[in-house]
Ligand binder design. Sequence first.
Ligand SMILES: Cc1cc2nc3c(=O)[nH]c(=O)nc-3n(C[C@H](O)[C@H](O)[C@H](O)COP(=O)(O)OP(=O)(O)OC[C@H]3O[C@@H](n4cnc5c(N)ncnc54)[C@H](O)[C@@H]3O)c2cc1C
Length: 456
Amino acid sequence: MRFAIIGAGLAGLTAAYEIHKADPQAHIDVLEAGERIGGKLFTVPFASGPTDIGAEAFLAARHDAVEFFTELGLADSLVTPSGAKSHYFAGGELHPFPAGGVMGIPSTSPDTSSDNAQDAPFTWTPGDDISVGALVRRQYGDEIVDSVVSSLLGGVYSSTADDLGLRATLPALAAALDQLAEAAADSQVTLSAAVKTVEAQREAAKQNSSETRPVFQTFKGGYAELYEALAEHSGADIHLDAFVSAITKSGDGFTIKGGGEGTYDKVILAVPAPTAAVLLRDIAPTAAPYLRAIKLASSAVVGLRFDSADGLPDNSGVLVAVGEPGITAKAFTFSSKKWPHLEARGGALVRASFGRLGDEASARMDEDALVDAALDDLKTITGFDGREAGLSEIFVQRWFGGLPAYGVDHIATVAAARKEIAAVDGVEAIGAWAGGVGVPAVIADAQAAVHRLVEN
Ligand SMILES: Cc1cc2nc3c(=O)[nH]c(=O)nc-3n(C[C@H](O)[C@H](O)[C@H](O)COP(=O)(O)OP(=O)(O)OC[C@H]3O[C@@H](n4cnc5c(N)ncnc54)[C@H](O)[C@@H]3O)c2cc1C
């Protein structure tokens, strides 16, 4: 059996590994447009040690991911954060994040602004979707959305709460609204009651669990440990600089334009959704409108290494409120405060992040301007003067179309795209746009697709 996988990011490499596991005789070609593997996982060799400039952690509460890394022989590479908390910067000041709630949405309506609707009851039809921003603005006012909710969600999705769908990004809260609406004779619900429901479910799960595992972890040597292990154990031929521009049906199989040789029995597209739309135009044209509807958010990450950490706050980082005057960055991760294995290298390691959905300008700023903005914003927010602390290493990475925006109706859009693709035998499309942007979700989505493909 001959497989072509388009894209050597996490999804594509996981798929290659899983195919090889299921069928060691299979011939697998991975066709990657870029000059390296890993996609949005990218570990840069700083002189002080390997440094992640794309994803930098994973949700270790996802046991399936930890089991997968263990299967790959990487259990001893997993390291745990210090436990330092992040803060947010709003109104020119640093604030701790409020305890409890759901992604910064509290269980009581904040009694602050005149536009606050005081969480008036509203009608909810189970299965409804709405943008997180629209819901929370209407019920709790603007301030909580712009300062807290958007900065927290933006840290995961590179979009503000207004561009993110409730059901895709806060599924437990959407389910709680469904549950409350089903229980109410008039389908009237409140946001505060839904948040309280989620808090109670979380508390009950905690009581019933003997979980000792940390919530987040990462790899001691950076994500390169993962993508290199996947490549090594995938049994695949990985072709770099292989930009695929079309897939066509050829007899019972497929031919690929731009890479690979001969025909393939099965094809997996492991590329961003708009690219999948283009590549599927011949073999699954009806999937294209759904895939094209998934927007992408661009961002830039500036990795900064300082000789001294004196004066850098003992937090894991800072998230910046949307529209905060005088600040260009959207977040800082104080990597050496967050991760003890990085602190042990001495000095300080800081990641500055720029850009959200709809703000391409930050990701396009020239390198010097990005570095200056990172240093200036860091000083304004924390008082830490990076220029005086001795800036010894810099790496600037732009992530154009880095993350898919999980907007309103995203789940329905993905389901519709997948239904159209499923009508074509031997083809799957996977990646961060489909089953969740986090590393464990991308792995699980790729595994499920391979099982469908290999079993059929
Ligand atoms: C800045 C940033 C920080 C993040 N931080 C975290 C984090 O801390 N924790 C976490 O869990 N997740 C994080 N994520 C999300 C996570 O990294 C991604 O969701 C995941 O790595 C995406 O994997 P993928 O394989 O779906 O896509 P990609 O990594 O985008 O891989 C797709 C690959 O396809 C290739 N390709 C595209 N078009 C073509 C073509 N025409 N022909 C051939 N090849 C093509 C690309 O070059 C790329 O290598 C972060 C993402 C970003 C951008």
